[in-house]
Design a protein around this ligand. Structure first.
Ligand code: ADP
Ligand code: MG
Length: 262
């Protein structure tokens, strides 16, 4: 049994605090959903947990089984068992999925010769084309293919905890079901703990959340069971934001073409 423990996490970009004290604990096999309006800090939380540059952590702690992650570079966080499926997966020309898996398996002391068979089996489970193995990572893939690619990596790398940042965006209904089922299976097969950022309860109809959190203005403002996700889908976030106008202004920032993190 492992635990991902986030305590009092605060993070800023120059001139502005985005995360204003986050407390959250995910245990092995649990699914925690994080929902919240655009611009509330959901992706920032995922980036800060994984150690993406450009954010200053100003307080708090993030541990897996007592090991402090905030002091570690990203690759060591991955070795400690953390995985992030990005909201906007990046394209990496010149590096194939096969190269990436070969390196990750070697770093984890696993047999890299087992990669092709594992990829074929995983690809089948989520309807991903195994031919993408030899192509440059994410280059020229559609939005949905990129999300399946992230899921494939999750299945092969077998982390202890996975953060899924809007894994459902860009997926059609069938792909969404396959991806959600794949992740759900991992929670029972290997005890994966999941932090699933999403706007839609349809992801959560297959990937069953134990706990649902509402993130607004960089804080968790409500926590409940699966019924909270259904309520949010019906009523929106209006009851959970201090200032509706702020949400309006920030709405455009989730536009995938507005690459505000570039
Ligand atoms: P969400 O994922 O909940 O929609 P984000 O975490 O992407 O929200 O963003 C929260 C706020 O922080 C937004 O106003 C966003 O523009 C801003 N932000 C996040 N990262 C950066 C960055 N690296 N540079 C400038 N602004 C950023
Ligand atoms: Mg986001």
């Amino acid at each position: 049994m492992s635990a991902l423990k986030i305590t009092g996490l605060r993070a800023s970009i120059p001139g502005r605090e985005i995360l204003r004290g986050i407390d959250l604990e995910v245990e092995s096999g649990q699914v925690h959903a994080v929902m919240g309006p655009n611009g509330s800090g959901k992706s920032t939380l995922s980036h800060v947990l994984m150690g993406r540059p450009g954010y200053e952590v100003t307080g708090g702690s993030v541990t897996i089984d007592g090991v402090e992650l905030l002091e570690l570079p990203t690759w060591k966080r991955a070795q400690a068992g953390l995985f992030l499926a990005l909201q906007y997966p990046i394209e990496v020309p010149g590096v194939s999925l096969a190269d990436m898996f070969a390196e990750s398996f070697a770093a984890a002391g696993r047999d890299r010769a087992s990669v092709p068979a594992l990829v074929t089996a995983e690809a089948e489970r989520i309807g991903f084309d195994a031919r993408f193995l030899t192509r440059p990572l994410n280059v020229d893939l559609s939005g949905g293919e990129k999300k399946r690619n992230e899921t494939l990596q999750l299945g092969l790398l077998r982390p202890k905890f996975a953060i899924l940042d809007e894994i459902d965006s860009g997926l059609d209904v069938d792909a969404l079901r396959a991806v959600a089922r794949r992740v759900e299976a991992e929670t029972t097969e290997t005890g994966l703990g999941v932090l699933a950022i999403t706007h839609y309860s349809r992801l959560l109809s297959e990937l069953k959340p134990d706990v649902v959190h509402v993130l607004s203005g960089g804080r968790i403002v409500a926590t409940g069971g699966a019924e909270l996700a259904d309520e949010l889908e019906r009523t929106g976030y209006a009851g959970y934001v201090e200032d509706d106008a702020e949400v309006e202004v920030m709405a455009h920032l989730d536009d995938p073409f507005a690459d505000h993190l570039a």
